[in-house]
Design a protein around this ligand. Structure first.
Ligand SMILES: [Mg+2]
Length: 272
C-alpha cells in the first residue's frame, strides 16, 4: 500500500493487465517485474491491476506483490479503492451480482447457457481447468457472471440485445461470455479512478499496459500506452496517434522493460 498523499504527489499512475502482461502467460509469475514494482512503490507510483479475475482471486497476488491496493476486477464490473482514495462515490451505482443472476434466470427459458453460479465450484473447475481451490475463488463474484454459451451465435446476438433493457451487456471471451453492467469495463473504471485523483489535485500522467485486444479500450484512455509483446495474442488494433511503446520482451520482462524506458529512461534515450 502507498499513502494517498504520496500517490497524489507522484508523476505517474500505472494501470496494468495481469495475464500475459504483469504475469507470465505460462506460469503466472511476476518475478522479472518485481524489482521494478518495488522501485515504483518506493517512488509513490501506484500500480493498479485491471483484470477479469475476481477480488478473491486477486487477494493472493495483492498479498505477495507491492501494488497500490486499488484494483479493477471482473473486467471492470467491480472496483476496489483503498479507504483513503478519492472517487468511491463514482462507483456506487455498479450493478451487483444478485441483480445479474436475477436477469439471467429470467432469460433461461429462451436461451441455452450455464453460468458459474449454475456450474458450481466443481463444474467451474471442470469447464475451465482451474483447481478446486482456484475455482472456489473464481466463484466468489461481486458484479459479473461468466456464462458457458451452449446456444447458437445468432441466439447470442438476441441474448445480448435482451440484456440491454436491464442495463447489462456481454463481453465475448472464448467459450465463455461475460455478463456485466453496460457501463462497466476496464476503460471506464480507469477514467473514473483518474477523475477521482484529479479532483484531489493529482497532476501526473497515466500509463497503461496490456498484451491483447481486450486491453485496447483501457490502453486508449491512458496518456501513454504500452503493448507488451505476446506471440500467443492477436495483433493489437491501432491505438491512434497517442504515445505508444511496444516491448521487445514478453510478459513481466516486457513490463519491466517498458516501465524502465518510459518512467525511468533506463535506456538512456530521451523521448520526452
Ligand atoms: Mg492479458
Amino acid at each position: 500500500m502507498i499513502a494517498l498523499s504520496r500517490v497524489l504527489a507522484s508523476d505517474w499512475v500505472v494501470f496494468t493487465d495481469l495475464d500475459g502482461t504483469l504475469l507470465d502467460h505460462h506460469d503466472y509469475q511476476a518475478a522479472p517485474a518485481l524489482p521494478m514494482l518495488t522501485r515504483l512503490q518506493a517512488d509513490g507510483i501506484a500500480v493498479v491491476p485491471a483484470t477479469s479475475k475476481t477480488r478473491a482471486e486477486l487477494e493472493l497476488l495483492l498479498a505477495r506483490l507491492p501494488l497500490s491496493g486499488a484494483a479493477i476486477v471482473e473486467n471492470g464490473a467491480s472496483v476496489h479503492l483503498p479507504a483513503d482514495w478519492p472517487g468511491h462515490e463514482l462507483f456506487e451505482s455498479a450493478i451487483d451480482y444478485a441483480t445479474v443472476l436475477t436477469v439471467l434466470e429470467g432469460l433461461k427459458p429462451r436461451f441455452r447457457f450455464r453460468g458459474f453460479h449454475d456450474l458450481g465450484v466443481e463444474g467451474i473447475a471442470r469447464e475451465t481447468g482451474l483447481s478446486l481451490a482456484q475455482a472456489t475463488l473464481a466463484a466468489r463474484r461481486q458484479a459479473s457472471e461468466p456464462v458457458l454459451w451452449q446456444d447458437t451465435d445468432s441466439a447470442l446476438a438476441e441474448f445480448s440485445a435482451a440484456l440491454v433493457p436491464a442495463g447489462l451487456r456481454v463481453i465475448r471471451g472464448g467459450r465463455f461470455v461475460h455478463v456485466l453492467g453496460a457501463q462497466a469495463d476496464k476503460a471506464h473504471s480507469v477514467e473514473r479512478m483518474l477523475a477521482g485523483l484529479h479532483r484531489r489535485g493529482w497532476r501526473g500522467r497515466s500509463l497503461a499496459l496490456g498484451d491483447a485486444p481486450n486491453d485496447h479500450a483501457m490502453l486508449s484512455r491512458a496518456d501513454v500506452a504500452v503493448v507488451v509483446r505476446n506471440p500467443h495474442s492477436p495483433h493489437m488494433p491501432d491505438l491512434g496517434n497517442k504515445r505508444i511503446y511496444q516491448t521487445q520482451e514478453t510478459g513481466p520482462a516486457g513490463w519491466a522493460e517498458a516501465i524502465g524506458h518510459l518512467i525511468y529512461h533506463d535506456t538512456g534515450e530521451t523521448d520526452e
